[in-house]
Design a protein around this ligand. Structure first.
Ligand code: SF4
Ligand code: FES
Length: 375
């Protein structure tokens, strides 16, 4: 349900992106191409202020994320702060560095839930996808989470390289005693867009995987919640991205920039405020960036006169910008979008590249290294 500028409610959640630093090199990384370096990350004091302002604004849950948030030395302090402000804390992690001792410390600080990312259901494929021998370390991290009696979720980004492995992924989550498994079909922004030919699955792959997911969802309904983030290149209308622009949550990036969604910083025609210059409350209610795509006045045709416009909000603004260069365009994944042919072309390109095996994996690189962009 998309709300107008006059009906804005307080945010429910804060995504606190503590750092872009990360030990993994996933080809589907959604962090910006130009990342924030350690030197320009905001300080502990500034994060503490963000957390206080978030609580004051009505936020009830904080997701500490990255990059790899365990690389911040002050993670305990920030979790403890969120806990003292009565906000629920979730840690989104690769698991690298999450020892038994660390998990116990974070639990004592007030952490409630840990979401560990996996790249596949078995070591060889998982290590290839992440560009790092991480699988066993992740298993150890899960063990530490269980020992510390923290709630456990797993997240797996799905794509051409691991969709056939979905049975193993579900089995892994079951064996590990995860309470929640998020199966997130890749969203093609930022680094993931560079690897689209290598990541975008065929329609058949998606359909087979959806059957596996649906069977498991029923079979495991009393044990584990399974979430399926739709593969929007194969849906006829778009997802209501983030529950609507500036509607449910906000993101604070490692350099203090405040965003209506984690990838919005890629939209170059908008400027985003920084926590160093304005309060979260002013940004949430009054900033140009948050108000820009609230409601439906900004919409072009065919959205403007479409019956679904209040359900999907015209789709994802980041995707519209990434694919058309125009953040105001109808999301091209919509079958009625003037630019829908871009999606059909991308599917064809990925199919050809996969049959001729012409697309190497471009692993996520950090900071100074820029990828060789292929048009
Ligand atoms: Fe959604 Fe616009 Fe497509 Fe209608 S035309 S389904 S509002 S994206
Ligand atoms: Fe930014 Fe969809 S990811 S609006």
């Amino acid at each position: 349900m998309i709300r107008s500028k006059n009906e804005v409610e307080p945010p429910y959640s804060l995504l606190a992106e503590l750092t872009h630093r990360c030990p993994l090199h996933c080809p589907y990384c959604s962090n910006p191409i130009e990342m924030t370096s350690k030197e320009t990350e905001i300080t502990t004091e500034e994060w503490n202020r963000v957390l206080s302002e978030a609580a004051d604004l009505g936020v009830v849950e904080v997701h500490f994320s990255g990059g790899e948030p365990l690389l911040r030395d002050d993670l305990n302090v920030l979790i403890s702060r969120a806990h003292s402000l009565e906000m629920y804390s979730n840690l989104i992690t690769s698991g690298i560095g999450l020892t038994m001792e660390k998990a116990a410390q974070l639990k004592a600080a007030g952490l409630e839930n840990v979401q560990v990312s996996f790249q596949a259901g078995e070591a060889r494929l998982s290590n290839i996808i992440g560009g790092y021998k991480a699988f066993e370390k992740k298993r150890e991290a899960v063990y530490a989470v269980k020992e510390a009696q923290l709630h456990l979720s797993l997240n797996v980004v799905l794509h051409q390289m691991n969709l056939e492995n979905l049975n193993d992924i579900i089995l892994l989550a079951e064996e590990m005693g995860a309470e929640r498994l998020e199966l997130a079909n890749t969203q093609y922004y930022n680094w993931a867009l560079l690897n689209r030919n290598r990541l975008l699955p065929s329609r058949d792959q998606v359909e087979r995987a959806r059957e596996v997911y649906e069977e498991a969802k029923v079979r495991l309904r009393r044990k584990m919640e399974i979430i399926w983030v739709i593969p929007d290149y194969y849906s006829s209308t778009p997802k209501p991205c983030m529950g609507g622009w500036g509607a449910i949550g906000l993101t604070v990036a490692p350099n203090g920039v405040v965003l209506p969604c984690p990838t919005a910083g890629m939209i170059k025609d908008l400027s985003f405020e920084n926590i160093r210059d304005a309060s979260l409350r002013d940004i949430w209610y009054d900033s140009m960036s948050f108000n820009n795509f609230r409601g439906d006045e900004w919409m072009p045709e065919p959205c403007r006169s479409c019956d679904l416009r209040h359900e999907d909000g015209g789709g994802c603004r980041c995707q519209a910008f990434a694919l058309t260069g125009d953040a105001y365009a109808t999301d091209p994944t919509c079958m009625w979008a003037p630019d829908h042919q871009l999606i059909e072309n991308a599917i064809q390109d990925a199919k050809s590249a996969s049959s001729t095996q012409t697309s190497p994996i471009i692993y996520r690189r950090h900071f100074q290294d820029k990828p060789a962009l292929k048009k």
